[in-house]
Ligand binder design. Structure first.
Ligand code: NAD
Length: 249
């Protein structure tokens, strides 16, 4: 297994979730020390599992939608984990409803976590990287940027994440920090279980590969963007959807 990220420290928001935990596992295998930043006890469980495998890992309680939580989480990092130079904004939620049924709460909750949370992640991440001459910010968007039925809030939030990525890439370049996004199609994780079965089956039926992605297939693209193999890439959105958004989708 490659150790190309040895000496780097990665903070992964939503790191205890389906895609996040695969990203934490992969970045750890690549040699990075990993901070699993999430709500709830799953982060500590994953950190324990990674440490048991011989990797450097730490669980941190973080609500990405709260500036106070970001401030506390970054301030409380132990010395060995303070120099975060890879920040992966993964935390996300859905609250699906068609437009006319969508409430202010549905809209605000999804924008707060997916977009505002990523915006603050970029702020805190870049602040940690400035002056070091090397850094990576990787935002998880979604092919929902193209529009998905019942997801006006989520689609708008993820389209916002793409605009955020382009702009922060411009502003971060002079600090040696590269900023990119990965836009997965459908990935087999717990978030998928919240989508009604009929809708989910319809999505999968249209997929050229006939199956959703496994979380590890998203994690490998994140690992590439974090690595020096991606040293001249910034402001890009890599769509990882098994070809679903090409051709006659
Ligand atoms: N699964 C898919 O099909 C799919 C497709 C495209 C994009 N995505 C995106 O990938 C990311 C991960 O999705 P997933 O499928 O692993 O979902 P998941 O539900 O398994 O994981 C999401 C994680 O985010 C955490 N989280 C939620 N709100 C948070 C908050 N306020 N602060 C900190 N952490 C919070 C959850 O605790 C959870 O661990 C999300 O941004 C999602 O929108 C998922």
């Amino acid at each position: 297994m490659s150790k190309g990220l040895h000496g780097h420290i990665a903070l992964v928001t939503g790191g205890a979730g389906g895609i996040g935990s695969a990203i934490c596992q992969r970045l750890a295998e690549e040699g990075a020390a990993v901070i699993i930043a999430d709500l709830g006890p799953g982060a500590a469980t994953l950190a324990g599992a990674l440490v048991e495998q011989g990797y450097a890992a730490l669980a941190v309680n973080l609500d990405v939608s709260s500036r106070a939580s970001w401030t506390a989480a970054m301030a409380d990092l132990p010395a060995a984990f303070q120099d975060v130079d890879i920040l992966v904004n993964v935390a996300g939620i859905v609250r699906d409803r068609t437009l006319m049924k969508m409430t202010d709460e549905d809209w605000n909750a999804v924008i707060d976590v997916n977009l505002r949370g990523s915006w603050m992640g970029c702020q805190f991440g870049l602040a940690a990287m400035v002056g070091r001459g090397w850094g990576r910010i990787i935002n998880i968007a979604s092919t929902a940027i193209l529009g998905t039925y019942g997801q006006a809030n989520y689609s708008s939030a993820k389209a916002g994440v793409v605009g955020l990525t382009h702009t922060v890439a411009l502003e971060a370049a002079r600090h040696g920090v590269l900023v990119n996004a990965v836009a997965p199609g459908i990935v087999e994780t717990p978030i998928l279980a919240t989508v009604p079965e009929a809708i989910r089956a319809g999505w999968i039926a249209k997929m050229p590969l006939g199956r959703p992605a496994q979380p590890a297939e998203i994690a490998s693209v994140v690992a590439f963007l974090a690595s020096d193999d991606a040293s001249y890439m910034s402001g890009q959105v890599l769509i990882v959807d098994g070809g679903a958004t090409t051709g006659d989708y």
